[in-house]
Design a protein around this ligand. Sequence first.
Ligand code: ADP
Length: 386
Amino acid sequence: MAETANRAKSEFLSSMSHELRTPMNAIIGFAQMLEYDSGLSADQQDNVHEILSASRHLLDLINEVLDLSRIESGRIELSLETADIATVVDDCRHLIEPLAAPLAITLSTCVPAGATVHADRVRLKQALLNLLSNAVKYNRARGSIRLAVEQRRSEAGLRQRISVTDTGIGIAHDRLSEVFQPFTRLQTENSEIEGTGIGLTITKRLIELMGGVIGAESEVGVGSCFWIDLPAGTVARPGDDAADSDGTRDEKLQASDEQRVLCIDDNPSNLKLMAQILGRHGNLRLLTAHAPQLGIELALAHRPHLILLDINMPGMDGYEVLAVLQRDPLTSRTPVIAITANALARDIERGRAAGFLDYITKPIDVAAFLRVVEETLETQRSPRSE
Ligand code: ADP
């Protein structure tokens, strides 16, 4: 139900945004033509500028809502690969410097040579541009911005932290988490700063889809630091156990034996999302089934180490699939994790009682999801030797 409603909302937003773009383009186009009309009085020219600036703002808003609804409904293509951070940062620098220069804001970057992340380059650039343009917009004249990259080791493996620190107006502590909510704009009551209040919402969603985390620290009147943690890039490919460029290796990727994860879900975009999230594991093979019966057949044929099972599927729901798997000695001991939009406590209770090892609710929190998958696979590794 919730899933259907969510999909309907995203589809509505996306088709509405499409519908709005056509007339907006006409308004902007014709207003621009008026701009060239030498017969206009000074007042009329001012009015045309007002129309243009409001329409451009509205178009930005429409584009961002469209982007957000695409991201939320899982309809974006992420191409996760090892990306050189310095190259992406250089691209951003060229786009941001023209915005910073008129305010005499300096931009310095410190990116260790060879530092890489596992991410979609285009979307990483989009996220960094959002943080950098905010660091310009909410800075003070003659202020500064520093972008730094630092390697960290967390329980989820090797990570790169990209931080953007500014010397701007800052954000009050108790309002810091609000900035990642859609349409939140804090200092705009009497401010001229342009914006839609969706940029950070989109950035957060994108970073999470790429298996990362975003956060911020700030002090009013001193400045803000927004940071992104992403998995470090790796040269490991399925069957390839080469080390990272710095000679270290992600511990979770070290085991050479391939582990198979089967995902059974009737929604193709969820399967695509799974493929993208789990694709970053060099020694993990994802099998997918878009129909329950096919899922059972694949489970019996390939004996996966973990099964991710959607609950709401046509024909046969997740509970019925689980019962079949539990009855067959080939799969009776395979851990099965439910992935579903049914997030009510009683659904979770029912799921656990039925024998699901864990219950993950949509929209998926990628970092938490990866942790559960890794932990489950870890427990599967030792007793099973094939
Ligand atoms: P926009 O900048 O379009 O309003 P964002 O989603 O990017 O939207 O940011 C949301 C709000 O968070 C901004 O309106 C601003 O109030 C606050 N904010 C974001 N970045 C900073 C920053 N570097 N310093 C101070 N405030 C910021």
